[in-house]
Design a binder for this molecule. Structure first.
Ligand code: GLN
Length: 245
């Protein structure tokens, strides 16, 4: 019997465009396979045993939401979270959460929000927002590689040498609307701009994250039983076709 411990970072301040749907998807895809999950909300000031966490999720937020928790994130979570990430903890961060995993986010009003520097990226805000549907060709593993999502950000993120992009933009803006890259990956830490929610309509990616977490906890031979993803993949393919037209 498997159990996965899932941490949800700042669910009250950082939950925009249905990002919570990613948590629902992860837990439901586990439940369908009789894998139990323990959910830990990470609130301001929380003391978390990050070594017990298998998979963490950090959603997006407005600049004002990010400003509420950025210093708390650096002070209370940065170091233990980094140690867990160094040993393969899976972390998915979207948009505002992604930006705070980097070195900093300089907002379009000139406020410099500190990040924890887990990902070698930095973000600079602009008055021109990058908004719309996003389609990328991603770079992990084998099998289906397209990811579909929705982006809405003023911040443009620039990647340093310590990370690889999650993928290349086929439609939309991605990291900064300039270099054709989207997202950043280091170890099992993935940041990207894909709201939507991301995981319900990219079930192959949800399972990729679950498999990474299970294999780290229970050994490399752990595999997930297949699910009937007809509906989810129909939603995915509809967007792929629409955006490639
Ligand atoms: N406030 C950040 C920006 O505008 C993040 C937005 C978001 O999470 N959607 O860039």
């Amino acid at each position: 019997m498997y159990n996965l411990t899932i941490a949800h970072l700042y669910p009250e301040q950082m939950n925009i465009y249905g990002d919570r749907g990613n948590i629902i998807t992860l837990r439901q895809r586990c439940a369908w396979r009789e894998i139990t999950t323990t959910l830990i909300p990470v609130m301001p000031g929380s003391s978390i045993d990050w070594q017990s966490v298998d998979l963490a999720f950090f959603g997006g937020g407005q600049d004002s939401g990010q400003a509420l928790i950025a210093a708390d994130f650096v002070e209370h979570q940065a170091e233990p979270l980094r140690r867990a990430a160094e040993t393969g903890m899976v972390l998915l961060a979207i948009c505002g959460g992604y930006q705070l995993l980097g070195h900093y986010f300089l907002t379009h009003t000139g406020e410099k929000l500190p990040g924890i520097g887990l990902l070698d990226v930095h973000t600079v805000g602009s008055t021109q927002r990058l908004i719309g549907n996003l389609l990328i060709e991603a770079n992990w593993g084998t099998g289906r590689q397209t990811l579909v999502g929705f982006e809405n950000h003023s911040g443009g993120t620039f990647l340093g040498k310590g990370v690889k992009p999650l993928g290349k933009v086929l439609a939309g803006h991605g990291n900064n609307g300039k270099d054709g890259s989207e997202g950043a990956v280091w170890q099992n830490v993935i940041g990207c701009y894909m709201h939507g929610s991301l995981l319900p309509k990219n079930p192959h990616f949800a399972d990729h994250l679950l498999e990474l977490a299970l294999q780290r906890r229970y050994g490399s031979s752990t595999i997930l039983s297949p699910l009937d993803d007809q509906l989810e993949l129909a939603a995915h393919s509809t967007m792929v076709e629409r955006l490639q037209r």
